[in-house]
Design a protein. Structure first.
Ligand SMILES: Nc1ncnc2c1ncn2[C@@H]1O[C@H](COP(=O)(O)OP(=O)(O)OP(=O)(O)O)[C@@H](O)[C@H]1O
Ligand SMILES: [Mg+2]
Length: 264
């Protein structure tokens, strides 16, 4: 299987703090067409790890060491111009709150066309048409009308599917989804999970950060458990669910089951 991402010995430290690194020697890899879930308590370093891959951490604030390799290139060494061209095209991210991904006062179509013009240097009309096509692929209804809508009139689930449509437009090699379904109701969550499933089948790698073990069980092949910046357990989803080795993983699993029972 082709490796699309390889993170080796990643350390993230706050420059002003000399104590423990926030992410402490994290290593993992992601294969084409597979999904890797990162789970762990709040504050364990999951989002910072994702942001380091996208090179979204402020270099004045954070000290980052190790390597993050994509297609043989180290993303940490890459020029700012090159990394920005890559992120949003070959490497995409879907965030927790889709509202934050859009400017609420600019119509969806104009925002999609702008992204397409930046990354693919398309003319306005061609970009607009490609945008509609991307929305249609996501099974969104009345796509022309959607392109003419402002983000604030759309539901969270719809917006999230639009962000996924945007993320998929350039056929990325992998997608980082940081709590991408957390803010959605059950029906919309289901739809988004189905889209992720289709992506995997098309060969796109998925790095999935989630609190929801149900989501991890549905989508992921492998799983990492993070605690206080360290990966404390890893394995296939089956192994981690059926025979977790660390007490902490067991506690997380139990807590998640308990939550589910209470919701039923
Ligand atoms: N800009 C920042 N400045 C200082 N500390 C930060 C900053 N961003 C994150 N941290 C700290 O780094 C740690 C890891 O944060 P991170 O956002 O990666 O956690 P997380 O595992 O994604 O948590 P959650 O599940 O709540 O999203 C936290 O203790 C957080 O307070
Ligand atoms: Mg987070």
């Amino acid at each position: 299987m082709k490796e699309v991402l390889k993170v080796s010995h990643l350390y993230i430290r706050l420059k002003r703090a000399l104590d423990q690194p926030i992410v402490n020697n994290a290593s993992f890899s992601l294969q084409k067409g597979s999904a890797l879930a990162i789970v762990g308590e709040s504050g364990s370093g999951k989002t910072l790890t994702c942001k380091a891959v996208m090179r979204l951490l402020n270099a004045r604030q954070f000290n980052i060491s190790g390597s993050i390799r994509y297609n043989g290139m180290d993303l940490l060494e890459m020029s700012e111009k090159k990394i920005r061209a890559l992120c949003g095209s070959k490497i995409a991210m879907v965030v927790q709150n889709p509202m934050t991904a859009f400017n609420p006062t600019v119509k969806i179509g104009a925002q999609m066309a702008e992204t397409l013009r930046v990354h693919q240097k398309l003319r306005k009309k061609a970009a607009y048409e490609l945008g509609i096509h991307a929305l249609e692929r996501m099974n969104l209804p009345r796509c022309e009308q959607l392109m003419n809508s402002y983000p604030y009139v759309l539901s969270g689930g719809m917006l999230q599917r639009i962000t996924i449509a945007l993320a998929l437009i350039h056929e990325p090699d992998f997608i980082i989804a940081d709590e991408a379904t957390t803010a959605l109701d059950v029906k919309n969550q289901q739809m988004v999970l189905e889209e992720f499933e289709k992506m995997k089948r098309r060969g796109i790698g998925l790095l999935l950060v989630t609190h929801d073990f149900g989501v991890a069980a549905k989508l992921a092949d492998d799983m990492l458990v993070m605690r206080r910046g360290k990966i404390i357990e890893r394995g296939t989803v089956y192994d981690l669910f059926s025979a977790p080795q660390q007490t902490y993983t067991k506690e997380l699993l139990d807590a998640s089951m308990l939550r589910k029972e209470k919701c039923m």
